[in-house]
Design a protein around this ligand. Structure first.
Ligand code: ADP
Ligand code: MG
Length: 584
């Protein structure tokens, strides 16, 4: 006897509904998102409840509405106006797209759906009534433009799901949370939420972020926030975060992230924001954050989770770093410049380092152009040692104050002492440790896509065959190609540009300089390779870059000396300065 059978339509629709509709708040989410997608300016949400639970949910909008036929079609599974071809999935800009919500909701409740198409010659509206997936009526009625959906008897035919509903206050708090999130990320629409006929909250659709935050959480709360905005790499960021020194919470409440207008949860993005605060965030405390993140929609996959709250980013690492930099910059500008300062974010940060150097700001502005190129180069160099994520460290990471002579980082350490860090020596320590960790392992080298020819001097060519093993341990594979020409086939993993002939000459010079055991020669090779691949002196760094460098440094085993044994860091304690100023 066959035991496998294809499920009937009703069972299928209940399964689909189970994925989309978990609780009353899911219904509210789907209906309100439909209103937003329908270009509504005004969205009114009504919730009624008694002792038995939530009894009625209504959402009314003034959006584009639908005609007679579409109003019914919209309740078919996989019926949507938002996409039509597989390619459309790669660039979704609406909140809905699967065409599942209305069908799912209608399968497990009693729905009254009234809609009138905007700007249509037909003066009539349409009403569709469906109970548990069964069409009760489909008729023309009189109603204003827009759409009104009433949901009653939610889960009446799915007792298991009904049993999982929590108390009315709990379910309500989920509804409020959902509506707040959608209202905060759709600020052009005005939202009103009523509970048992009483208004619970309202936004005004002014388009302004602070207005929306103030409407939801009160204006005194919104005053504790500071602006984050700008373009950082592939990402545009706009929003507000807790100003340092304001009250913070011990849990992550008031944390709102929207990616391309869609509310999402992302532990990684939360992490990036907290990292951006660095030492400004007291231990165990959480800032509030309201951030709109705009990315090329093709970089975002929203089709990974039934409720679409989780997303996948194709350039996650870059996005994380951009968010972190944005937060970092916002917080550090705040402390030095008045909020009225009109200069765009990036310029301001760089002006800050110029001021510490003591240059007049104007003269600096002229030089700004010239500074862009080294910043990019520095970014590449820093990323070489950074890996996928900024390294974890238990050590306190000093807080960057600025840069001086484009060569030293000024920072404040754990006990508040002023420290001066040699940026080159610091990065050398980081790079050397990583090269050493990989040396002699199978992972020391990475093959160059295009082998790099190097023309050697007679002396180099003569010595090279004896050095091949040491070089291979460091990650360099060289092969003879002609009499004095050799091909560089692989270079150490952490650095992709070390195939540069000039670097090869320097490496050979280091290897040939004096005698020594194999280990000593390897050490000299690694030090030279490290030195060539890292951030140099006389190079301007942004505050974010300096902070990342210090974090990388603190994650090394001996952060205070460079591989050559020179110090990376000098501490100017308060008492030492007092002594220098002859204060007693
Ligand atoms: P999706 O939003 O994924 O397209 P839904 O089942 O939520 O799927 O809605 C189906 C279709 O019904 C939508 O694509 C849209 O065309 C239409 N629709 C739903 N709600 C509204 C509304 N409030 N105003 C106008 N059209 C709506
Ligand atoms: Mg929808």
């Amino acid at each position: 006897m066959s035991r496998v059978r294809v499920l009937d339509e009703e069972t299928i629709s209940h399964i689909a509904a189970g994925e989309v509709v978990e609780r009353a708040a899911s219904v509210v989410k789907e209906l309100v998102e439909n209103a937003v997608d329908a270009d509504a300016r005004s969205i009114r949400i009504g919730i009624s409840a008694d002792k038995t639970g939530i009894t009625r949910i209504s959402v009314t909008d003034d959006g584009v509405g639908m005609d007679f036929d579409d109003a019914l079609l919209a309740f078919r599974q996989h019926a949507t106006s938002k996409i039509s071809r597989p390619e459309d999935l790669d660039g979704i800009t609406t909140l809905g797209f699967r065409g599942e919500a209305l069908a799912s909701i209608a399968a497990i409740s009693k729905v009254t759906f009234t809609t009138k198409e905007r700007d249509s010659p037909n003066p009539e509206a349409t009403r569709v009534v469906i109970h548990g997936g069964e069409l009760i009526s489909h008729a023309a009625v009189g109603a204003p433009e827009g759409t009104s959906v009433i949901i009653e008897a939610l889960f009446y035919n799915t007792p298991a799901r009904r049993k999982f509903q929590k108390s009315v206050p709990t379910e309500l708090s989920h509804v409020y949370d959902m509506v707040e999130r959608i209202a905060l990320s759709n600020r052009d629409a005005a939202f009103v939420l009523l509970y048992n006929g009483k208004e619970r909250f309202q936004t005004f659709g002014t388009g302004s972020f602070p207005d929306a935050i103030a409407a939801v959480f009160g204006s005194s709360f919104s005053k504790e926030l500071t602006r984050v905005s700008g373009s950082f790499g592939p990402v545009k960021i706009d929003g507000w975060i807790t100003r340092p020194g304001s009250e913070m919470k011990t849990t992550q409440t008031r944390f709102y992230l929207a990616v391309n207008g869609r509310q999402v949860t992302s532990r990684q993005l939360q992490w990036a924001i907290r990292e951006g605060y660095g030492t400004l965030l007291p231990k165990g405390m959480f800032p509030a954050a309201f951030l709109d993140i705009t990315l090329d929609p093709r970089e975002v996959d929203v089709n990974v989770h039934p409720t679409k709250r989780e997303i996948r980013l194709s350039r996650e690492r870059e996005v994380m770093r951009s968010v972190q930099d944005a937060v970092y910059q916002a917080l550090h500008e705040e402390r030095v410049f008045s909020p009225a300062d009109p200069a765009p974010a990036r310029e301001r940060v760089m002006t800050l380092s110029a001021e510490i150097v003591g240059e007049p700001v104007q003269a600096y502005a002229v030089r700004r152009e010239a500074r862009q190129a080294p910043l990019k180069q520095t970014e590449k160099q820093l990323r070489r040692t950074e890996g996928a994520d900024l390294p974890e460290t238990d050590q306190f990471v000093p807080e960057v104050l600025g840069q001086i002579w484009d060569t030293y980082i000024l920072a404040k350490n754990e006990v508040g002492d002023l420290i001066v860090v040699d940026q080159h020596a610091a990065h050398e320590r980081i790079m050397y440790d990583q090269l050493l960790a990989r040396a002699s392992s199978a992972e020391s080298g990475q093959e160059l896509i295009v082998p790099q020819p190097v023309t050697l001097t007679k002396k180099e060519a003569a010595a090279l065959p004896d050095l091949l093993d040491v070089l291979a341990a460091a990650g360099y594979l060289l092969e003879p190609f002609g009499k004095e020409v050799w091909m560089v086939r692989s270079v150490p993993v952490v650095s992709s540009t070390l195939g540069d002939p000039e670097v090869i000459h320097a490496i050979l010079a280091a290897a040939l300089e004096g005698v020594g055991s194999t280990d000593e020669v390897l050490d000299r090779v690694l030090k030279t390779a490290a030195c060539r691949a890292v951030v140099k002196g006389n190079t301007p760094l942004t505050l974010g870059q300096m902070q990342r460098l210090l974090r990388q440094l603190m994650a090394t085993k001996s952060p205070y000396t460079c591989p050559h044994g020179r110090p990376t860091t000098i501490v100017l304690s308060k008492s030492r300065l007092a002594g220098m100023f002859l204060r007693t």
